[in-house]
Design a protein around this ligand. Structure first.
Ligand code: SAM
Length: 226
């Protein structure tokens, strides 16, 4: 029998299989549309493309613990919180001091000027309001602290490092937080081609497995914890 000439004669189980796959794709697609819509009302730098990858990783790994170092207005944290909500489990901890002194530490020139003048408290208040509006309180917890002073969070499934990009801070973020990622967990590291992140990225390559790199407005990469 030619299967393709007789599609109306396929057994029921065949239709069930097609329906399940199709629903899964629609759920992922709709979740991303909602995430992109949220992102357009949030401050930050995460692109739709990067958010799409973060959301896919969360759908794939079904993580319990996600940690982000460097949150700002939640443009990368909120899509991850939304994906956890869709999964029905997991929490994203967003660590950020929202403090101009911490942000401008190690910066110079226009970067120093921008980070030391921008109103961090207004950004934090805006994010807190959006987390409530989007009903993501169960899946997102903000920790107002520097990466250095934040309490340790063990068994991290997904770690997103996007905090202060000075050499000292980038090294601290990698050395303190990557050991807390579980075996097989994922690390996303932002701005990997900035000169100041070079030694942290080298350390990542020596201690983890580089899976992919992305070159957009900013360059970022994905590693797996061996
Ligand atoms: C590039 S922004 C984060 C952008 C955000 N992940 C996004 O995709 O839109 C860097 C953030 O790092 C935060 N930050 C500065 N110093 C920090 C530190 N010592 N520890 C953690 N976060 C820090 C800043 O407050 C700022 O919100």
């Amino acid at each position: 029998m030619d299967l393709y000439d007789h599609q109306g004669d396929k057994p029921d189980y065949h239709y069930e299989c097609i329906e399940m796959v199709s629903n899964t794709n629609i759920l992922a697609q709709r979740s991303k549309e909602v995430a992109f819509n949220y992102m357009d009302h949030l401050e930050g730098w995460c692109t739709h493309n990067k958010a799409s990858v973060l959301v896919d990783l969360i759908f794939m790994l079904k993580p319990k613990i996600v940690v982000e170092i460097g949150v700002w207005g939640g443009k990368s944290l909120v899509p991850m919180g939304l994906a956890l909500k869709v999964n029905g489990r997991g929490k994203a901890y967003g660590i950020d001091p929202w403090d101009s002194g911490a942000s401008s530490e190690g910066m110079d020139g226009v970067n120093y000027d921008w980070w030391s003048q921008v109103d961090h408290q207004m950004i934090l208040r805006g994010l807190q309001a959006k987390i409530s509006e989007y009903n993501l309180q169960a899946n997102i917890e903000l920790i107002k602290s520097t990466s250095e002073n934040a309490p340790l969070i063990p068994n991290i499934d997904i770690l997103h490092i996007d905090g202060n990009h000075s050499e000292k801070a980038a090294n601290l973020d990698a050395h303190k937080w990557v050991p807390l990622v579980r075996r097989g967990g994922i690390i996303i590291f932002d701005d990997i081609t900035w000169g100041t992140t070079a030694s942290a990225v080298k350390w990542m390559d020596e201690n983890c497995i580089r899976l992919a790199e992305f070159h957009e407005d900013n360059d970022w990469g994905i590693w797996v914890k061996p």
